[in-house]
Design a protein around this ligand. Structure first.
Ligand SMILES: Cc1ncc(C[n+]2csc(CCOP(=O)(O)OP(=O)(O)O)c2C)c(N)n1
Ligand SMILES: [Mg+2]
Length: 564
């Protein structure tokens, strides 16, 4: 532990400010007013930036983006009336296993149950979206509760934590106590520990893997959390095993790698689903084998011989019966497998690797026309392709859910291991604020967000936040004037083709987001021809201010649906 003081008389606010600074927190995201005294004290005692944003969900999403980009817990805050909005915003962090710490104001024992202004019991709402949900009722508990918040958020499978501070604005921070504001640097980022697997289980899994003729690896977000991409690719190369990824694991192997087959599952690339379904063994690494990654357990089919490596023993075998299982950190486990593997077994997989590669080539052949389309209005595939070609080597790409997740999951190619990819785990509207948070968490890296227009509308007010705080992220809006992912579903319920009036269920007025961005002080670029995407991206990245690239696209463009 780093000692900052010893049984010092201090305010809760001073203790909190000192601890957050010592944990390496650089930004906190909030809607006032909560922990007011802490904010006042932060100004004189720390260099932490206090970002006042336009909604509690924005605060939660920015904290989430910050956490996923930096590996450090993201901190978001709300007073009692905003607490449920903040809880709703934690859901994506929960689904994506992102270490977000939420602070709220809470009930004062003196006024509980008296119809006091704005109060309900918020604590239960945090239960389903947190690993730990607790109350801080006494100022003397600040040090141990904050330490536990960092411990829980970062350790094991990471995830959100909620602390509710006494007083609707958490006024307990203004009280004095005898405190030791110690911190544990180990829990300042993910992963604090790298649990070693037992060697017998490593060798057993390796044996099954090496015996397979047509194995495939499915790499998930756990590989990303563990920073195990290099070991993953090295093992795949030595044993000649194709690699598919989940959406959360997309940046664990570049698309240009000869063993990469793409994202598997529902928001996926056809080649990945085909390869996984042709495999005689699936090796799951750092994935919970959930619905999205397996196309609701159709890819691979349940019963396909499988092995699994995971940090969480409870994930092992959750959805697929296993022939072998390893409980341990992905990086350590893969390094052990690499050290113990028999390279000579790779030769028998030559035909299989060739088959996987021709499936991938077929995919590029099938979609070449769309990826390079000169159509006006612009095809979303062309945006993805332009982003693949022109993304900076160290960029972080942040992607919304729904159609954005389908387009980019399936059509966007990472070209360099130094590029990162993060995606909404389900919430429409997450990406724009998360991209701003990512830029706060990794200010030296370019951040490019891809969102639909329905997604962008949610938190459009935070263009102002980006301008005010000079958060120079680039946001690319696939602007088709509606939430057209819904089109197919409405056609279906109308028995084949929806009525003209049914379009009111999913379309908007045509809007020029570039003009809105300019009006709010950001750079706005409107792109109506596909040839303009490259220069718009270059201009936005060089702008030295937040930028919105408003790309006018085809409302009838529908992403391919998953094959199984
Ligand atoms: C919070 C939330 N509400 C609703 C949805 C359901 N949903 C998924 S995609 C979508 C429409 C997406 O529209 P847009 O962002 O414009 O992308 P497009 O489909 O037009 O490409 C909706 C409503 C969701 N994922 N999250
Ligand atoms: Mg849209």
């Amino acid at each position: 532990m780093t000692t900052l003081g010893h049984n010092r008389k201090m305010l809760g606010a001073e203790c909190m400010a000192d601890m957050l600074q010592a944990y390496g927190v650089t930004h906190v995201f909030h809607v006032p007013a909560v922990l007011r005294k802490t904010f006042a004290v932060m100004e004189s005692r720390t260099s932490i930036k206090r970002l006042h944003v336009h909604s509690e969900a924005t605060a939660a999403y920015m904290a989430d983006g910050y956490a996923r980009a930096s590996g450090k817990p993201g901190i978001c805050m709300a007073q009692v009336i905003g607490a449920l909005n903040l809880a709703a915003g934690l859901r994506d962090a929960w689904l994506a296993h992102s270490p977000v710490i939420a602070f709220t104001g809470g009930r004062e024992p003196k006024t509980k149950f008296r119809q006091v202004y704005q109060e309900v019991d918020d604590v239960p709402a945090f239960e389903p979206v947190t690993k730990w949900n607790a109350t801080v009722d006494d100022v003397n508990r600040f040090p141990d509760m904050v330490r536990q918040a960092f411990r829980v958020a970062t350790s094991g499978r990471p995830g959100p934590v909620h602390l509710q501070f006494r007083g609707n604005e958490g006024q307990v921070d203004g009280e004095e106590g005898e405190m030791e504001p110690l911190i544990e640097p180990k829990f300042a980022r993910v992963p604090p520990f790298r649990p070693e697997p037992d060697q017998a289980s490593v060798l057993a899994a390796l044996q099954v893997l090496q015996e397979a003729q047509r194995p495939v690896i499915v790499a998930g977000g756990g590989v990303r959390h563990s920073g195990a991409a290099r070991e993953l690719v090295a093992l795949a190369e030595v044993l000649q095993i194709p690699v598919a990824t989940s959406l959360n694991g997309k940046d664990t192997i570049t698309a240009s790698h000869p063993l990469s087959v793409g994202v598997v599952g529902t928001y996926s690339r056809e080649s990945a689903n085909k390869v996984v379904n042709a495999a005689d063994l699936v090796c799951f690494i750092g994935t919970t084998t959930g619905g999205m990654t397996t196309h609701f357990w159709a890819v691979p089919k349940i019963g396909t011989p499988s092995i699994q490596i995971d940090l969480d023993p409870e994930a092992l075998g959750l959805n697929y019966p296993l022939q072998a299982r390893v409980n341990g950190d992905a990086k350590v486990t893969l390094a052990r497998m690499l050290a113990a593997c028999d390279k000579s077994t790779a030769a028998k997989r030559k035909a299989w690797v060739g088959q996987a590669q021709s499936i991938c080539e077929e995919w590029y052949g099938k979609y070449k026309g769309a990826l390079e389309s000169d159509a006006v209005p612009i095809r979303p595939e062309r945006i993805c392709h332009e982003l693949s070609k022109h993304m900076p080597d160290d960029a972080i790409v942040v992607v919304d859910t729904g159609h954005a997740g389908m387009w980019m999951g399936g059509m966007y190619d990472l070209k360099k291991p130094s590029q990162s990819y993060m995606r909404s785990a389900g919430h429409l509207g997450w990406a724009f604020p998360a991209g701003l948070g990512a830029k706060c968490g990794a200010p030296e890296r370019p951040v490019v967000t891809f969102t639909g227009d329905a997604g962008f509308w949610y938190h459009i007010g935070d263009i102002e936040t980006a301008v005010r705080w000079k958060i120079n992220a680039v946001t690319v809006v696939n602007n088709n004037g509606g939430g057209n992912q819904s089109k197919r579903g409405f056609d279906r319920v109308y028995g084949g083709t929806q009525t003209e009036q049914a379009r009111e269920l999913w379309t908007f007025r045509k809007t020029n987001f570039a003009r809105i961005a300019e009006e709010m002080g950001a750079l706005g670029i409107r792109v109506e021809h596909p040839g303009g995407i490259e220069s718009a991206l270059a201009q936005a990245l060089a702008a030295n201010r937040p930028a919105v690239i408003d790309v006018v696209t085809d409302i009838d463009a529908l992403a391919p649906v998953a094959v199984s």
